[in-house]
Design a protein around this ligand. Structure first.
Ligand code: WT7
Length: 682
């Protein structure tokens, strides 16, 4: 893959020693309660003398808080003239209106002025030991070349470019090149199938796609260009596909394809940044909801960037010179906010992880930590649970003394995994931050840090709201629960700059999903428990969305695919607790009359269908053939009952009298027992 000359060895990263860093925080917040030392942006806040007061100020004087932070942390072409103009009940969310800026300038140019040779990206390629470092100067050069290339090839302000690439410098430069010329990007996780990609390209109306010839992951080649070829067949909007060469194997080019590296080399290294309004679209990112159709959440320029930068700095206690290691793929919001935008806006050094937690062996993460001297490691509970099973030796083999903060994201982290992460990976000396947030929230909303250095963290709890976030719990009647030691639907009571603004092409769906359930509040779709002390613990989704290995998927999306199988009459898909994946996929399937198919054949067929229409991670772990599904008299499938059967909580089945045919349940229980005897769904 093309990189600017002199890329690997000349880069210097300066490290701040752990002791200096700890002392700074310690003196700053705990002893002298000097808020301005902890957070320079807070210097002018009246009456704010300790952390708790700062948190309080950020919520009660939200406009003053965000105005000060936005002025100081971002670089503006023209200052904003209104901090916010929001009406949550109508889905109107606007921050920093009148302000003009360019996100790529904020992420690159301003750092190039001060430290051009600082490493921006460390590309941790699949093969251990083959990492590539890219400085800010080099990343700006790549971005400018790509920006010029896109402009010359007709991409305009307001267009949307789809990026289907694994984590690599050219993927980041492509995102930033879009930001530079004012185009939106739509990064599609490179594990999605051709059909899933096509659906997202069509919905985003992209005329340009950027991809690589092949991906490399876990020692295997992945035919990404071929997937794009098959996707664009059903995407009439696509006029051009840029192909970067990740491997040396030739790509089979068609008339539509352009070799990206060849093309960008023809371009100038200076690219005039577009002047963008705060509320212009920066990107859209598709995520699953409770219907079969994924939604393109839209994030805008200033508010998103500010929120990503501020959370990156304070949740992880990221300091200048640290190496930040977020191992999420850039195809998810975690990769957007904490591999790309947050760290780069802060002038940080960020790792792009191309591999898997177990390639070439289960020591991969910690060997990478040792080699790259990672200071903050941010990963998913599913990987922690998997590695825990391989034993402590794989961790202890490697020097992890560079680590200062450990982060967890994407799904609840169980106590066992939390404790192992803390005790074994972090040698008991690094705070573990269990960060709760969503594609919709843009950045972390509930998290143990920032706070005074020694403030309590309860294992498995997301703990406290971030600055500017006011969480509330709602009961089923839509009343705000004010007491502690209680559970309810998690909502956020006031807007914050990082929140999504709309669903692409479907603002009504945005309003219906997030603003209508509890007018005036942002509805997250998650349930939460608030402890006696007022700490938050996320209890899981309230809708038909499940979380498989930290990947979000709507059960309706899987059902749509299963129902397309010619033998299937109908189906119901639910999530069930799974040791490693967090949740597994369990499909109840009713076959058409007179169909004679073996369970194993059907299972193979359905897995193939789900893999080609969605992605591998969405494949059912268990398929149970049933005669009928439990339904209400009005014909609605009672998934609650199915969940209880799979969780073996027969006492929790509840009132079955509303069922059309209660006998269906007995049959399902019996069938589930038989499956449990043979396999072991928990
Ligand atoms: C859903 C959002 C957050 C970025 C990656 C996933 C679940 C996320 C936690 C956590 C418990 C969590 C929620 C949320 N979730 N973080 N720390 N504890 N649950 O983003 O794909 O938009 O999924 O992931 O259910 O709603 P996403």
């Amino acid at each position: 893959m093309w990189l600017p000359s002199g890329c690997t060895c000349k880069c210097v990263v300066t490290f701040v020693s752990r002791r200096v860093f700890k002392a700074r925080i310690h003196v700053g917040v705990r002893r002298r309660c000097n808020v301005a030392a902890f957070m320079p942006e807070a210097a002018g806040f009246d009456g704010v003398s300790d952390y708790a007061a700062l948190q309080d100020f950020s919520v009660t004087s939200s406009e003053s808080f965000w105005a000060a932070v936005a002025r100081q942390r971002l670089s503006w072409i023209r200052p904003f003239n209104a901090v916010q103009d929001c009406d949550l009940s109508r889905g109107k969310i606007k921050w920093f209106e009148g302000g003009k800026l360019n996100v790529s300038v904020n992420c690159l140019d301003r750092h190039v002025h001060t430290y051009p040779e600082r490493v921006a990206l460390i590309w941790e390629k699949d093969e251990p030991g083959s990492e590539v470092k890219v400085t800010y100067r080099q990343l700006l050069e790549m971005t400018c070349r790509l920006g010029n290339m896109l402009r010359r090839r007709g991409v305009k302000k307001g267009d949307c470019v789809t990026i289907y690439m694994p984590p690599c410098p050219l993927a980041v430069a492509s995102m930033l090149a879009c930001a530079r010329i004012g185009a939106a990007h739509n990064v599609v996780f490179a594990g999605f199938s051709a059909e899933a990609l096509a659906e997202r390209i069509r919905d985003a109306q992209s005329s340009t796609v950027i991809t690589v010839n092949q991906g490399v992951r876990g020692g295997k080649l992945i035919e990404l260009k071929k997937t794009v070829d098959s996707a664009v067949q059903s995407c009439p909007t696509v006029k051009q596909v840029f192909v970067a060469m990740r491997t040396e194997n030739p790509a089979n080019l068609t008339a539509r394809d352009v070799l990206m590296e060849e093309e960008m080399m023809k371009e100038d290294v200076v690219c005039e940044p577009a002047v963008m309004d705060s509320e212009d679209v920066l990107f859209m990112l598709y995520t699953s909801g409770s219907t079969g159709k994924p939604k393109g959440l839209v994030h805008t320029q200033a508010g998103y960037l500010l929120y990503a930068a501020l959370t990156h700095r304070y949740v992880f206690s990221y300091h200048d010179g640290d190496v930040f290691g977020c191992v999420a793929d850039i195809g998810w919001i975690t990769g957007h906010s904490y591999s790309v935008y947050g760290p780069l806006a802060n002038g940080g050094t960020t790792v792009l992880f191309e591999s898997t937690p177990i390639y070439p062996d289960p020591g991969r993460y910690w060997e990478t930590v040792q080699r790259l001297k990672i200071n903050q490691f941010y990963g998913a509970p599913t990987a922690i649970r998997l590695l825990l099973k391989y034993g402590d030796e794989w961790v202890q083999k490697y020097d992890r003394s560079s680590l200062k903060t450990l982060g967890s994201v994407g799904e609840p982290i169980n106590t066992e995994a939390w404790e192992w992460y803390h005790r074994v990976v972090g040698d008991g000396r690094c705070p573990v931050v269990d960060t709760w947030w969503q594609t919709e929230t843009g950045g972390i909303c509930i998290t143990p840090r920032p706070s005074e250095p020694d403030a309590e963290i309860v294992p498995g709890m997301a703990m406290r709201p971030f600055f500017g976030i006011k969480p509330v719990l709602m009961d089923t009647e839509g009343k705000v629960l004010t007491s502690n030691d209680t559970s309810g639907a998690l909502c956020i009571a006031q807007p914050w700059p990082g929140m999504a603004r709309t669903i692409h092409n479907n603002h009504q769906r945005f309003i219906d999903t997030y603003c209508q359930p509890h007018p005036g509040y942002f509805f997250t779709g998650d349930g939460a428990y608030r402890s006696k002390e007022g700490y938050y613990q996320i209890t899981g989704r309230l809708d038909d969305v499940i979380n498989v290995s930290g990947h979000r998927i709507g059960t309706a999306e899987i059902e749509d695919v299963v129902n397309q199988c010619s033998e299937v009459a109908e189906s119901a898909v639910i999530g069930y607790p799974h040791d490693i994946k967090g949740e597994g996929v369990y499909a109840f399937v009713v076959l058409k009359k007179a169909v004679d198919v073996k369970g194993a054949d059907l299972s193979k067929q359905l897995n193939n269908m789900v893999t080609t229409k969605i992605a591998k991670y969405a494949c059912p772990d268990h398929i149970q053939l049933v005669q009928r599904l439990p339904k209400t008299r009005s014909g609605k499938i009672m998934r609650r009952v199915l969940r209880k059967v799979v969780e073996r909580d027969l006492n929790g089945l509840g009132d079955l009298s509303t069922l059309d045919d209660p006998a269906a349940v007995q049959e399902i229980i019996q069938g589930h027992r038989e499956i449990c005897g043979k396999q072991q769904p928990r």
